[in-house]
Design a binder for this molecule. Structure first.
Ligand code: ADP
Ligand code: MG
Length: 246
């Protein structure tokens, strides 16, 4: 369980002005959720994901994971927190000089697995994402959807409890988007991985999320189970996103 409490983040811009990117955000992600964070470009979505992934630290507030403040983790605890998270990006971030197999193997080279175990693991993951026949291919020969499948397999290599997805389908066409979302849902259901998915597309939220947070210029304007947020349409942005009278 992830409890975000009064989380704020400020950056200094070029003129030395303080930019308030996240303002006093509180929400809870429960184990097994597929939690969507939706908002316009610049709303602070990626910053929030970076804070959860411990790639940056908040200006104030805290993020508790299973009751522990992640910004107070040190040593082994910090390493195991990083290991408990897989991340998927819009741009796939694959190693272009390496084969599909080696891309998925990469996070396992530093792990507890011996070589044979690691290879078996990679094969299993490639099977899971439907790319068993592409193990020896290079990313440049793959479609966008296939590249994202490689990235998802790589993100799962260390058996994460949490998968952070930053606009994972924003570079893909609608049919490919659907197949990637189905894969994420399958991973959530069969492996029990909690997913936080950032998007600017309401279709993503409607297709796979059970909960949603709506961010507007760093402010959390709505959040909760998707159907509730949709029915209440508390905020103008939420109404715009979910459409008028659907
Ligand atoms: P989103 O992912 O919703 O598009 P971001 O979280 O990437 O939004 O960015 C939110 C705001 O924070 C933007 O105005 C962006 O320019 C600013 N920002 C993000 N990272 C930094 C940084 N490292 N330094 C200064 N400003 C930043
Ligand atoms: Mg972003």
């Amino acid at each position: 369980m992830i409890e975000i409490k009064s989380l704020s983040k400020q950056f200094m811009n070029h003129e030395d002005h303080q930019l308030e990117v996240l303002k006093d955000i509180s929400l809870t992600v429960e184990d097994g959720d597929i939690y969507g964070i939706i908002g316009m470009s610049g709303a602070g979505k990626s910053t929030m994901l970076r804070l959860i992934g411990l790639l940056d630290s908040p200006t104030s507030g805290e993020i508790l994971v299973d009751g522990k403040n992640i910004n107070e983790l040190t040593g082994k605890d910090k390493i195991s927190y990083y290991k408990s998270i897989g991340t998927v990006f819009q741009g796939y971030n694959l190693l272009m000089q390496k084969t599909v197999f080696d891309n998925v193997m990469f996070p396992l080279t530093l792990s507890k697995y011996d070589k044979a175990e690691a290879q078996a693991k990679v094969n299993k993951l490639l099977e899971l994402v439907g790319l068993a026949d592409k193990a020896n291919a290079y990313p440049c020969t793959l479609s966008g959807g296939q590249r994202q499948r490689v990235a998802i397999a790589r993100a799962l290599a260390n058996d994460p409890e949490l998968l952070l997805c930053d606009e994972p389908t924003s570079a893909l066409d609608s049919l490919t988007t659907r197949s990637i979302l189905e894969l994420l849902q399958q991973i959530n259901r069969t492996m029990g991985v909690t997913i936080i998915i950032i998007t600017h597309e309401i279709g993503v939220v409607k297709t796979i999320c059970n909960k949603v947070a709506v961010l507007d210029q760093g402010v959390l304007v709505d959040n909760g189970p998707v159907q509730e947020v949709k029915n209440h349409r508390e905020h103008e942005i939420t109404r715009e996103l979910f459409g008028g009278n659907e």
